[in-house]
Design a protein around this ligand. Structure first.
Ligand code: ZN
Length: 364
């Protein structure tokens, strides 16, 4: 907590330094992100504004040193600004993100920040970590074999940790039990839909019983459909998270187009809801390239919607594919969960199986 308190004395958005050293530099990643969850509890339980500022500032620093997957902390360490650590880690380690523990801390922190601020971009960050890291963790085995690190090396594969029953064998079941509380949040006469996961939400408001059902194949497809059952007509607001990348998003209610939603915000639909009402959300899943850092703009990850598409390699030691910007951006669908660019197969982390891969490519 001492480090988080040091951060709290700075102005929002400023970068704290102590003796010329970034306060998070060299700190153990999972432990310090967990300490930010404690800072948020100090705000949520005791109203301490300085702890909210500390958590927001530190979260901005964390995002500035995150991989395209949303993962952070190569070799379990946080780094100072302007560091080459992320770039260098693509060749000098296979320990890029302590996945179950790191995801568990990340989900708690972003959920608390979302609750405190209503800023949908914390939900964007949560969903990026969910789809690109922990959902691709290998399943926990009865003999204690557990998935620990996500590997973003140019010669990467998904493997179990050698040690049995490591910390991550405990946090993986915690995530499985906990992730559903990330899907929906409540406000006065309002529900906020944070994650687009097939599910049914039941709740009561002003004496009415409500049932909201969500279906779709997001994030492989951009369409998400909702239907509502209510015990009596009720005036309330449904808010839908529009990810910051979702330019051109659309919402229809009972077939009627709604005012254009703003990416990076919740879109509010306020009306008297009746049984059988239908909402259709369309999030355009455009592809984009995200460089590893500003000094290496030619080393990029291909991101489609919230999901990183990783080139599959024919063998662990074969060289990484070189592809042009256009070839990556125009990768074509080669099945429901795979893409292809100039003969190179690309797949999200969840669909890699035991195939070697690389998270980043060098642009030709
Ligand atoms: Zn762990």
């Amino acid at each position: 907590m001492s480090s988080a308190c040091a951060i709290s004395t700075t102005r929002p958005g400023s970068i704290p330094w102590r003796g010329g050293e970034h306060v998070l530099n060299g700190r153990h990643a999972y432990s310090y992100v967990n300490s930010l969850c404690s800072a948020m509890m100090a705000y949520l339980a005791a109203g301490s504004e300085k702890h909210l500022r500390a958590a927001r500032n530190a979260f901005a620093m964390l995002q500035a040193q995150s991989y395209a997957t949303g993962g952070w902390g190569p070799d379990e360490m946080l780094r100072g600004p302007g560091s080459d650590a992320l770039h260098d880690s693509l060749t000098n380690t296979h320990h890029h993100f302590e996945t179950p523990c790191g995801s568990y801390a990340h989900f708690k922190l972003t959920r608390y920040l979302l609750r405190a601020t209503g800023d949908s971009r914390f939900g964007d960050s949560m969903e990026r970590v969910m789809y690109n890291t922990v959902l691709g963790a290998l399943p926990l085995q009865a003999d204690g074999r557990n998935f620990y690190y996500s590997d973003y090396n140019f010669d990467a594969r998904r493997v179990y940790k050698e040690a049995r029953w490591a910390c991550c064998s405990g946090t993986l079941p915690q995530i499985a039990a906990d992730y559903r509380v990330n899907l929906y949040l409540r406000g006065p006469r309002a529900v906020y839909v944070n994650l687009y996961v097939p599910s049914t939400l039941q709740w009561e408001d002003d004496g009415a019983r409500l049932l909201l059902t969500q279906v779709g194949d997001y994030p492989f497809e951009g369409k998400v459909s909702f239907s509502l059952e209510v015990s009596r007509p009720i005036s309330m607001t449904l808010n839908f998270r529009i990810p910051a990348w979702a330019r051109g998003a659309r919402i229809r209610v009972n077939g009627e187009i709604q005012p254009a939603p703003v990416p990076g915000q919740f879109a509010a639909v306020r009306r008297v809801w009746r049984s059988g009402d239908q909402v259709e959300l369309l999030l355009p899943l455009r592809s984009r390239l995200e460089p590893i850092d500003q000094r290496h703009p030619d080393i990029v990850a291909l991101v489609r919607g919230p999901m990183v598409l990783m080139p599959v390699k024919p063998g662990l030691d074969t060289s990484i594919p070189t592809l042009t910007r256009a070839a990556l951006l125009n990768a074509e669908r080669a099945g429901t969960r795979e893409w292809r660019a100039e003969g190179v197969t690309l797949a999200p982390f969840t669909e890699l199986g035991d195939r070697p891969y690389t998270a980043y490519v060098k642009l030709a």
